[in-house]
Design a protein around this ligand. Structure first.
Ligand code: MLT
Ligand code: ZN
Length: 472
């Protein structure tokens, strides 16, 4: 009875076609893209404006239902799908798909204002058309949406040079739990008037409010890129190479990705036309990109000189520079296809961790040893954004071993002063683990914030942080 009223009220608020209940139509919204997390929902709604979003929230809250905002559903921690643990409450999935206008690209203020459902790639293209760079870039950018990127504080490949999403957001528009629309869509670089409220909603995984629009910083478009695929003997050499290149080329190094040979093998064996860029096998590789924002610089020569002096010091065994846009894209495809190739191979335990850059070699050696000795069938594969200390230490292993493997890896990360989530977030996958690795004061503050901003726990229940401590 209650559900029927909820549907009727949602249809009154949004119109018939914006409320979907057909099981075939809504099933893709109920499961994450890896097929790892799933739940049930009464319906999927598609608001077109912040005002319609506010009506959805008010209606759901009035009916005691929970809302689950969902962007491109490209997340890796189950944060955007309904949970089974919503205390038996009715759940409404809010698709951002139709909230998809680019409101403004402002090349004088260097700002783009987009709605939450805009595909990240479309936002990059709109900025590019005005001669500006939106630097957030990740493998899923062709389907990830800006709202999801903000709500998960996404990282990606350019964090080394431009920072993560948190550093790039200037303002937000957010629908609050009481249905109010907070207009914090400012374009200011400096605003010292108290708490930086927008930061609360960035990386909050939709638990404190629903982001409906975002103002993001833009940068000058680089005039040229040099992309190089480098064989390195080990992770220690990779870290030393990073610092060597930075000493010589400064912050023109925008990306510096570490790739273990096993990852390359996965891609080469499952991606059509993928080719090994180097003739000799190496245990580790770095894919680095240098870009020049100054006109007329020949950075290929500078990069070649730097790589030659790195080779003399033993940091580099071989390297090749992309000589065309097509070759540059090929190199990046080898890196970006790792996640899909891993999924095609079978189940994996994903560990998106960060540690101080200098400790990455120690972490990789210890984690590999610890996992192989306790789980002889498991295959660790490591890759990631080594330039900002973010390693994806994934382990190809049956789902039944995921939890035990996770404990081994996360305890090690924690002993090295690292974080159990560098960029993917907590979602459902790490919500039970968070109290083991986060200090009590932080957890209490997080719970208080959640209760203050969403007293009825209507936003994305069961994700990120449990409102009450778990009983032992
Ligand atoms: C990536 O950097 O490709 C993803 O964040 C990593 C992953 O799928 O584990
Ligand atoms: Zn990543």
């Amino acid at each position: 009875m209650r559900a029927r009223c909820l549907l009727r009220d949602l249809r009154d608020a949004l119109g018939e076609t914006a409320v979907k209940t057909d099981p075939n139509e809504i099933s893709p919204y109920l499961v994450d893209w890896r097929g790892r997390y799933s739940g049930t929902a009464e319906c999927v709604v598609e608001p077109r404006t912040a005002q319609e979003m506010a009506r959805v929230v008010k209606t759901a809250v009035a009916h005691g239902a929970a809302v689950v905002p969902q962007g491109g559903n490209t997340g890796l921690v189950g944060g955007g799908v309904p949970s089974n643990g919503a205390d038996g409450r009715t759940q409404v999935v809010i698709s951002m798909r139709r909230l998809n206008r680019i409101r403004e690209v402002d090349p004088l203020d260097n700002v783009i204002v987009t709605e939450a459902g805009v595909i990240l790639k479309h936002a990059q293209e709109a900025a590019g058309a005005m001669g500006r760079l939106l630097p957030i870039s990740l493998a899923a950018e062709g389907s990830a949406q800006v709202g999801g990127v903000v709500s998960t504080n996404a990282g990606g490949i350019n964090v080394l040079r431009y920072g993560c999403t948190r550093d790039l957001v200037l303002g937000l528009e957010v629908v609050m739990a009481d249905g109010a629309i907070w207009n914090g869509l400012q374009k200011l670089r400096k605003n010292n008037t108290g708490y930086d409220l927008k930061q609360l909603f960035i990386g909050a995984e939709g638990t404190l409010g629903i982001v409906t629009a975002v103002a993001l910083k833009l940068f000058p478009l680089p005039h040229s890129h040099t992309t190089t695929f480098i064989a390195v003997p080990n992770p220690d050499a990779a870290v030393k190479l990073l610092r060597h290149l930075q000493a010589e080329l400064g912050d023109s190094i925008v990306a510096f990705e570490l790739v273990q040979r096993a990852c390359l093998d996965l891609v080469l064996s499952s991606v059509k036309d993928a080719r090994d860029p180097l003739s000799e096998r190496s245990p580790w590789y770095v894919l680095a990109e240098v870009s020049a924002t100054m006109k007329g610089l020949s950075i290929d020569d500078l990069v070649e000189d730097s790589l030659a002096s790195a080779a003399e010091q033993g940091f580099v065994s071989d390297a090749v520079l992309a000589r065309s846009a097509a070759q540059r894209a090929e190199f990046w495809r080898l890196r970006e296809e790792i996640t899909d190739a891993e999924r095609r191979y079978g189940p994996s335990a994903k560990h998106d961790v960060s540690i101080p850059v200098s400790l990455i070699p120690e972490f990789l050696a210890k984690a590999d040893d610890a996992v192989r000795s306790r789980f002889p069938e498991a295959k660790p594969i490591a890759f990631g954004h080594v330039g900002d200390g973010n390693i994806h230490f994934n382990v190809l292993a049956p789902v039944s071993d995921t939890e035990a493997i996770g404990m081994v890896v996360y305890d090690l990360v924690s002993n090295l002063g690292g974080s159990i989530s560098a960029e993917h977030g907590i979602g459902l996958s790490k919500v039970d683990l968070l109290p083991r690795y986060k200090d009590d004061i932080s957890l209490t503050l997080m719970r208080q914030l959640r209760l203050t901003l969403d007293p009825l726990q209507s936003f994305n229940p069961g994700k990120l942080v449990h409102v009450r401590p778990l009983e032992n």
